[in-house]
Design a protein around this ligand. Structure first.
Ligand code: G6P
Ligand code: MG
Length: 217
């Protein structure tokens, strides 16, 4: 297929941090007097921190002053970072290191494409930072997925045309962003949610080295 570069989302693709985002948002919701369910947490995947808080306050029918909004953003992130601080390589999702090592061994450029402002810290905690030639994260993206910006910046930094890039994503908005960028999208997770992906796998254990070879030749 002539693929020359791979771009990875972080949360839900490389590590399962969605559970920590959930616990931190749930704590804030409970403090504000309402419940926040795992099902509602699905809406938060791939969505910026600010937008998540807006959605959370809508769910709880809470109106906030700008000061309160800012305070709650900081509070949620501090609670989230307390979980991140305890992370290590045991939290890398199955077979992610095998795929990263295989591609690295073939000198294939790789980038991260995430909405998270904590991406660098998380990759450092789990010991994967050195695999990535470039990180695109919440600190250098202005338009949220499904806008293709995050992945187009990644392709540009790697010096590879979009149609020669593969994107691994666990969120529908991320698959749409990859498709909008003209890239080959690979959904990681539930096929019924990620049906717009070009390929779909439940996790990286299903992604064989042969399949990677077919993409890059
Ligand atoms: C990822 C996650 C979202 C999260 C966003 C911002 O896209 O899937 O759930 O809200 O990053 O993360 P941050 O670490 O900056 O709060
Ligand atoms: Mg994700």
């Amino acid at each position: 297929m002539g693929i020359k570069a791979f771009i990875f989302d972080l949360d839900g693709v490389i590590v399962d941090t969605a559970k920590y985002h959930y616990l931190a948002w749930k704590k804030l919701a409970n403090e504000l007097g309402f419940e926040f369910t795992l099902e509602q947490n699905e809406l938060f995947k791939g969505v910026s921190r600010k937008r998540c808080l807006e959605i959370l306050l809508d769910i709880g029918n809470v109106t906030a002053t700008q000061d309160q909004f800012d305070t709650w953003m900081v509070e949620k992130n501090e609670d989230y970072l307390a979980y991140i601080d305890k992370m290590d390589s045991s939290e890398i999702l199955p077979d992610v290191p095998r795929v990263l090592n295989y591609l690295k061994g073939k000198d294939i450029p790789m980038a991260l494409g995430s909405a998270s402002k904590n991406a660098r810290a998380i990759l450092e905690k789990v010991g994967l930072i050195s695999y990535f030639d470039y990180l695109v994260d919440g600190t250098n993206v202005t338009k949220a997925k499904p806008d293709p910006e995050v992945f187009l910046i990644g392709a540009n930094k790697l010096g590879v045309p979009p149609n020669a890039c593969v994107v691994f994503e666990d969120a529908l908005a991320g698959i749409q962003a990859a498709n909008n960028a003209g890239m080959t999208s690979i959904g990681i997770g539930d096929e019924s949610i990620l049906s717009e992906a070009r390929y779909n796998y439940i996790d990286f254990t299903q992604i064989s080295n042969d399949f990677l070879d077919r993409l890059i030749t």
